[in-house]
Design a protein around this ligand. Structure first.
Ligand SMILES: NC(=O)c1ccc[n+]([C@@H]2O[C@H](COP(=O)([O-])OP(=O)(O)OC[C@H]3O[C@@H](n4cnc5c(N)ncnc54)[C@H](OP(=O)(O)O)[C@@H]3O)[C@@H](O)[C@H]2O)c1
Length: 284
């Protein structure tokens, strides 16, 4: 079955709209985008559109890299923006859109530490990472949460399943590992040094791939009835493509998410859900 992520995202949208309508003041989300990386701009636009549709107020902070003279004023501006959003009573969630421009990446960890833990939508702050790893997180990083939401929606429990996570990047793969373990899955992680991906993919009941290499997983590499969640998203011949080779996988998979239109829209919905959770926590 090919999953249409927009359908699930629209259901979540209706629920959130109903919930937010009852609030006296709107929840607020601050989004920081540094530079003009095209995929990041598209992700940010989608988040803004969804959030505004459900009634979340957006404080959009774009930091241009071209007008700045050097790295020091740019870093200063970024830190000042995080601090402003931390202090704002109208803001309940903060997103620092990754990747940062290359020249700022060495300050990434410092920025994560600065984001107020109670407003940290992506769980980047080390305090939230600790909570995530010990199963005490208030909210979960949106992409990981989208995977779990999808599994739950289709009544697929990770407990006792062989789950293969391909790619252990900071935003997707890494947070998924403890979350799946906490849910009783037997988790295997493959990465760029894995010598034989097929050896592991053939044993998997569920594959969650977050690499960003089009078609890296193909039909002959998996067993029949596989649950295939594709998070990878990269431009190939001017089109957005996922990590799965859909043509060879779709008849073999019990459930598969396409790219685009699969996990992406659900992830955007999870961002809005996280804002509402943090807002509700702040109000009580
Ligand atoms: N749909 C969404 O909402 C959404 C959100 C965020 C990200 N994404 C997409 O998800 C993908 C991953 O994002 P990310 O931020 O996690 O990227 P990342 O930090 O670059 O992680 C990519 C991971 O893939 C691994 N890798 C590279 N080549 C591999 C290979 N041949 N076999 C197995 N693993 C390999 C890397 O291993 P090493 O660690 O060993 O280098 C790394 O762990 C990207 O395509 C991104 O666009 C989608």
């Amino acid at each position: 079955m090919l999953i249409n992520g927009n359908v699930l995202a629209n259901q979540i949208k209706s629920n959130l709209k109903r919930k937010i309508r009852k609030f006296k003041t709107p929840p607020g989300l601050g989004i920081i985008l540094v530079g003009s990386d095209k995929p990041s701009r598209i992700f940010v636009e989608k988040k803004i559109q969804f959030c505004q549709e459900v009634g979340i107020r957006i404080d959009n902070r774009f930091i241009s890299t071209s007008k700045q003279n050097g790295i020091v004023p740019l870093k200063k501006k970024l830190i000042q923006t995080i601090k402003e959003l931390n202090q704002s009573k109208k803001i309940h969630g903060i997103i620092l859109q990754l990747p940062l421009p290359v020249k700022l990446r060495k300050y990434q960890e410092e920025c994560f530490r600065l984001i107020e833990p109670g407003k940290d939508i992506d769980c980047f702050n080390p305090r939230n990472l600790g909570r995530l790893n010990s199963g005490r997180a208030v909210i979960l990083p949106a992409v990981a949460m989208a995977c779990l939401e999808l599994l739950e929606k289709f009544k697929i429990s990770p407990r006792g399943k062989n789950v293969l996570v391909v790619g252990w990047g900071q935003i997707v793969g890494k947070p998924l590992i403890p979350l799946l373990l906490q849910r009783g899955a037997t988790v295997t992680v493959c990465h760029k040094f894995t010598r034989d991906l097929t050896y592991f993919s053939r044993e998997a009941d569920i594959i969650i791939s977050a690499v960003g290499k089009p078609g890296i997983i193909k039909g002959p590499m998996v067993k029949k009835g596989i649950i295939a969640i594709d998070i990878g998203s990269s431009f190939y011949k001017n089109k957005i493509r996922g990590d799965f080779d859909l043509a060879s996988l779709k008849n073999k998979a019990k459930l598969i998410t396409p790219v685009p239109g699969g996990i992406g829209p659900i992830t955007v919905a999870m961002v809005a859900k996280n804002v509402v959770t943090l807002y509700s926590r702040f109000r009580t």
